[in-house]
Design a protein around this ligand. Sequence first.
Ligand SMILES: Nc1ncnc2c1ncn2[C@@H]1O[C@H](COP(=O)(O)OP(=O)(O)O)[C@@H](O)[C@H]1O
Ligand SMILES: [Mg+2]
Length: 315
Amino acid sequence: MQSPTPAAAAPSGGEHPALRFEAVSKTYRGGQVKALDQVSFDIQPGEFFGLLGPNGAGKTSLISILAGLSRASSGRVRVLGHDVVDDYAAARKCLGIVPQELVFDPFFSVREALEIQSGYFGVRDNGAWIDELLENLGLADKAHANMRQLSGGMKRRVLVAQALVHRPPVIVLDEPTAGVDVELRQTLWAFIARLNKEGHTVLLTTHYLEEAEALCHRIAMLKTGRIVALDRTSNLLAGKASTMLRFKTDVALPQDLAPIARVTGRIVQIKAHDAAEVESVLARLRAAGVPVEDLEIGRADLEDVFLEIMQGAQA
Ligand SMILES: Nc1ncnc2c1ncn2[C@@H]1O[C@H](COP(=O)(O)OP(=O)(O)O)[C@@H](O)[C@H]1O
Ligand SMILES: [Mg+2]
């Protein structure tokens, strides 16, 4: 199998970050909605970078500006040194973008859609790579199916294939696994992880924090248009409340514990910073007469860190 090499070159004259966001702001409705507020960060070539944030945080707005689909109200975005406004064609050629919304042309077959996209980027004789994309994304038997006959999950695969058809050095995925089945998630991550190993830079937004924890070297967290955390994934996991108590109960928690607990049905999670805090929580539960089943004391995961940062960050 032929390995794809990042094709489009950076402008000459030194090293550039794969992506550079410089004080990017975006307002909608004449300034009433501030979707992005002075967002600045770099992503280095070869990184697998996660952009996380609740709904409405501004993730898609940032990606739309990067893709040239929308203009920043102020600030700049560069792709391998190319400004996305002043040098749009070169910037766009470096990017493979999988959009959050399922957009497709219903008149073409899967293979035709990929051939048209190749043509759009001026890539000729791309048949072998198109075959490899179809194979790796589990689309080989759908190559001649019409786009409108495909299920949502299959359309999502085609969008991924379309984004990769010109072998872009920088791959951007906006919630690619929202509402898709486990099989596609695994297929997709195996393939994207391989491309990242081969040198492609990846920017991912996702709601699935366990995916981000497993895949991303660094993570930025966005809240109401502002970066509220940006660090290596391992530092984020180590830095905050690093111990979690998890147990099941049918009884309401006492008033001093309820505000710091995360409750999902019968499952309760309470964070603790050290062993003394673990003991104190257990003592308070016992004093309140709360029966505790299936108690586990474990490491905080990215979801715990995310919730703590989102609760603590100023809106
Ligand atoms: N075209 C638009 N017109 C008006 N407001 C918008 C538009 N697109 C996004 N917004 C608003 O901007 C904010 C950020 O949205 P978005 O970038 O889609 O966030 P995310 O992708 O993180 O969920 C939200 O408050 C959203 O309602
Ligand atoms: Mg979005």
